[in-house]
Design a protein around this ligand. Sequence first.
Ligand code: UDP
Length: 474
Amino acid sequence: MDNNLEQHQKPKKMEVIVLPYHGQGHVNTMLQFAKRLAWKSNGLIHITLLITSHNMNKLSISGTKMDEFISTEIIYDNTHDTQLDFMTQMKNFETQATHNLTRIFSSSATPSLLVYDANLPWALDIAKKYGIMTAAFFTQAGAYVASFYPMFLEEYKDDVDHPVIAAANQNRLDNLSVKMLTMEELIRGITPIPDSGTGNKLFPPFIRMLLSHMKNIHLADWVLFNSFDHLEDEVFRWMSNIWPVKTIGPTIPSAYLDKRVEYDIDYGFNQYKVNNESFMNWLNAQQVASVVYVSFGSAARLSIKQIVEIAEALKQIPNKFLWIVRETEQNKLPNGFIGETSDKGLVLSWCPQLDVLAHEAIGCFITHCGWNSTIEALSFGVPMLTMSQFLDQIVDAQYVDQVWGVGIKPKEKENSLVTQDEIKQCLEKIMNGQRAGKIKENAKKWKALAIEAVDAGGSSDKNIDEIIGRLASL
Ligand code: UDP
């Protein structure tokens, strides 16, 4: 246990409420932060994780040591959500969760802090009514969130009393040396997300919803990122001018990084089941840095054309491969592909990705650049071939190639298609070509810095100490 609270004379028990949005990468990340916060508090912090009914049986906390300091409660019953469009689901979530949060906040044991997913800005307003401290939690990279800033200024330019809008001239994003994506690039990345068709201002309704999430963030006591200072130092230095930013990541289980939190050995949350327990024997039999791992995360749906291009490339490369194709996507594979390639590759519907990325046999990760996959690969020193699909993935891919130098962003054809030839050429460059040495060197550097950030005295470690210190002093 950490001893950072020894200086406080009368330690008191504190209750922290954690409210994630229900996607895989949101629950994972916020649960991980909850575990570390409780561990670093020396048992003074108890966490209540608020979760949807669907996700409840996908958690594996009960029966583990974490039972002692993390309780779970259903905040939203999403049994019937599959029949509803996204905007209606979000509205229903807000209505039911507002009712439940109000009940929790007005109970006799008032929490010290609400950590809420930055996608759920109404949670901050409720906490403020009860005088409860708040931490907005972004499960995306700082660079992606910063890319929205110019659009935020445009959308709310008439709101001259808003402190962030009023101070906009002093906080110009174009002062950064890092190239941000343009509005057009970001909007193009967002188009595939369906929206309900309401609103007709400058931006599409889905963008306007994302921009509205930023409107009250300056009122939060902290704005947390699953990132670390070194990784995006310039972005966070700039962002600190507008929000009280703190980096607390990578939120990868301690067993894979600093190894200090003895029971933190996995995420404890899986939306899908692993369907082949013996695949690790196959991986163990492969040569160091020889296997290409391919995964597009928990939500991206690729076109049949794109899946065929990947399949052809994997057939032709000299390397073996491990390809995660979710059950609902498997009918897009070319006929007979699994049988034809069984001597050089495996297709699974889900895997324990941390164990795969941490394995010495993996030489390259073809990834959609979801933020979790990206920061996991960075933390394990795995080079990436980026095949981003939408939203933050597009910014992450640019950073992987241009800023962190740990991979290559392939050229895209019409409809963002990456051809089999382009995939093969990029894989060759990453694994054997001229850039391979530099990419490996950078990957090694970021891996060391990721561990340093969460280890004792690292930037994320100190930031969590500061949060606990402030809560304890209330
Ligand atoms: N993941 C996993 N097994 C798989 C594929 C993905 O455990 O077969 C995990 C991965 O480690 C990551 C998360 O699922 O933590 C995916 O999050 P990410 O942000 O990369 O993408 P999203 O699913 O949100 O698009």
